[in-house]
Structures are given as structure tokens and as C-alpha cells.
Write a protein that binds this ligand. Structure first.
Ligand code: ZN
Length: 342
């Protein structure tokens, strides 16, 4: 076996050849000169073969996954082709996205790391800055989720969560049957949830929803009643219990303050009033056992992700991590076998 073939097999390089290699920077870096397997060059937009016009003088360099602590770089001089539909374009590069400086498998490795560790830890392992990592992660997840549509939604859950200090909120929509997150929207309240129903679901899909679960906030209740009038609305029992606990706490505090007087139990009365108002929305829980427990479970995972990162500055960064860990698309599962390194 030739040394080039050995490198090719060792690094599991498929679809292109290694034609030369050098060790640089006191052997810390392995530079591989590569070329695509097939002779023809294809258009990156339509994937049709195009006539080769010229070879670029300047080679391009892509960062690949590190091997035994050594950074690996791929070097290649791309060709310019003439596509019948798109004119003069740089040929499609089989190992990397069009303008990327890293290979697909580097991006996918990063994705697998981020699913199990903080972005900070992943950036340290891959020797890139956290902001670069965050950008790459966003690009890869957007690419994998592109053209994805919500399917078969019958049981919907809606909740809100803060993703950053300073009262920045996001609304999260769950598929309670499949235990996953479908949508993350900036803000909370009616406007945000209306956006989901109007933009993400068709009229047919809205009619297919048979049950919906949310907290006692009027915004979500009104939105569900408006968009899915046929759905059984079930208020989340966890939020009811939370409201009762808050009422009991309030009574305790009052008793503490007015140790001598007899307390009027006003907060409890208020709680009973709330339960009475929502009675018709609480009782369905007993019948069909639909509960936000699944959403609560997912929420717990989301909170772990959030605390692990000590909050997120942007909603994009937050929703990327939600979709990566509890999203409706198995993102690591979408990685083509030839780009897997783990
Ligand atoms: Zn084309």
C-alpha cells in the first residue's frame, strides 16, 4: 500500500484523492493536497456538469478534523466552470460548503460535540473561538433544517422561557405526541404565538389539532381558542400546582407579618377563584390525561442547556441548541455516513 493510500484510508477520505502531503509548523500540522475523484466539475447551484474554463491560480485551504492532536488542512485549486443556467461559477467542492473554510466533517463533528457539551468546551477542543463556533453551528443547523415542514401535529403544547437575563423571552411550541420542540419564537404573548399559527401551519394542519396544552396565561388560551376552536384545551397542571404553592407561600408570609391577627387567606381565595374560572379547561386533564408533563420534561432539558451555557445572548444561539438537543429533526442523524467521524 502506498503512503498516500494509507493516509487516505487512515483519514477515511472518500470521494476525493490525496495527491501529496507535508508536515508543517514543526509537525503540528498535516497539509494534504487533494483533488476530486471524478474529472468532471459540477455547478454548486444545480449540480450539473459544466465546461471547465480555467483553474484558479491561488489554492484554497480547508480546515479538516484534527488527527492525533495534529491540525489537518486540505489544499486544492478549484476550477471555474461555465454552467448553462448559472454562467461562470466556481465548481462544487464535494468536501465543503460553497464559501466555507472548514470541511463538512469538521462542521458535523462540531455539531456532535455541541450536543453533549458546552459550546465553550467544544470550541476549546476544536481550537476555534466561541463566536466562530456559534456561527458555524447556526449555519449547519439552518442547512439541515432547511425546507423542513411540521407534519402530523395533533397534540400541541405552548410555553414560554427566558433565555437571557434582563427578561428576554422565547415562546416554545411542542409536539406532545412525539415529545419534541417544533418552533421557537422571539417574545411571549399573543403576537408571538399568532405568528406560529399563521406562518407555520396551514388551515388544514390547524384543524388537525385535537388537544392543546398551555399555562393559565390568557394570551395562549385566546390564541388556541382562535386558531384551533375544535381542540380540547387542557391547562397545564404543573402551572396550577405552582399557582397554589405561590398562594400558600403568600399566606405564610402574611401570617408571619401579622402574627397576632387571624389571616384572611386572601391569596388562597384568589387561587380558588382562578381554578374556578379555568375549571372547564382543567377537567379534561382527568379524562384524556393530556398534560404538559412532556413539555415540562423537554423544558427541563432546555433549562439544563441554558444553564450550561450561562444563558444565551441571541435567540438564534438559544434555538440552535434547542433544535440540536430536543428538536423535531434528529440533526446528528442527518449527517451523511461519509462525513461521520464519531
Ligand atoms: Zn448551474
Amino acid at each position: 500500500m502506498s503512503i498516500l493510500k494509507f493516509i487516505q484510508k487512515l483519514l477515511k477520505i472518500k470521494g476525493y484523492h490525496v495527491i501529496d502531503f507535508t508536515f508543517n509548523n514543526w509537525c503540528k500540522e498535516l497539509w494534504l493536497e487533494v483533488k476530486p475523484h471524478k474529472n468532471g466539475a459540477r455547478c454548486p447551484k444545480c449540480n450539473r456538469r459544466g465546461k471547465i474554463i480555467r483553474i484558479f491560480d491561488k489554492p484554497r485551504v480547508w480546515w479538516d478534523v484534527p488527527v492525533c492532536g495534529k491540525d489537518v488542512f486540505l489544499v486544492y485549486r478549484p476550477r471555474e466552470i461555465n454552467c448553462r443556467r448559472h454562467g461562470r461559477v466556481q465548481e462544487n467542492i464535494p468536501w465543503a460548503a460553497q464559501h466555507a473554510r472548514v470541511t463538512y466533517r469538521f462542521e458535523f463533528l462540531l455539531l456532535s460535540y455541541c450536543a453533549v457539551m458546552t459550546q465553550k468546551a467544544a470550541s476549546k477542543l476544536l481550537k476555534i473561538s466561541t463566536s466562530t463556533l456559534s456561527d458555524m453551528l447556526h449555519r449547519t443547523i439552518t442547512m439541515v433544517r432547511k425546507d423542513h415542514r411540521i407534519k402530523g401535529l395533533t397534540h400541541i403544547g405552548i410555553d414560554e422561557i427566558s433565555y437571557c437575563k434582563g427578561r428576554k423571552y422565547a415562546t416554545i411550541v411542542y409536539d406532545l405526541k412525539r415529545s419534541c420542540v417544533l418552533w421557537v419564537g422571539l417574545g411571549k404573548g399573543r403576537e408571538t404565538i399568532d405568528r406560529f399559527f399563521a406562518e407555520e401551519l396551514s388551515a388544514f394542519q390547524r384543524r388537525q389539532i385535537v388537544a392543546a396544552s398551555c399555562d393559565m396565561g390568557q394570551a395562549y388560551i385566546r390564541a388556541i381558542e382562535h386558531w384551533c376552536p375544535k381542540a380540547t384545551l387542557v391547562l397545564d397542571r404543573f402551572h396550577v400546582v405552582k399557582a397554589l404553592k405561590a398562594a400558600v407561600d403568600e399566606v405564610r408570609k402574611e401570617q408571619w407579618r401579622e402574627a397576632d391577627k387571624e389571616s384572611r387567606l386572601d391569596p388562597i381565595k384568589k387561587f380558588v377563584e382562578t381554578v374556578r374560572t379555568h375549571r372547564h379547561r382543567l377537567l379534561p386533564f382527568v379524562e384524556n390525561r393530556l398534560t404538559n408533563a412532556i413539555a415540562e420534561g423537554l423544558n427541563r432539558i432546555i433549562k439544563i442547556v441554558k444553564n450550561r451555557a450561562s444563558g444565551f445572548r441571541t435567540l438564534d444561539a438559544f434555538s440552535d441548541m434547542i433544535f440540536l438537543t430536543v428538536g423535531d429533526v434528529d440533526i446528528p442523524g442527518q449527517i451523511p455516513a461519509r462525513f461521520r467521524t464519531l
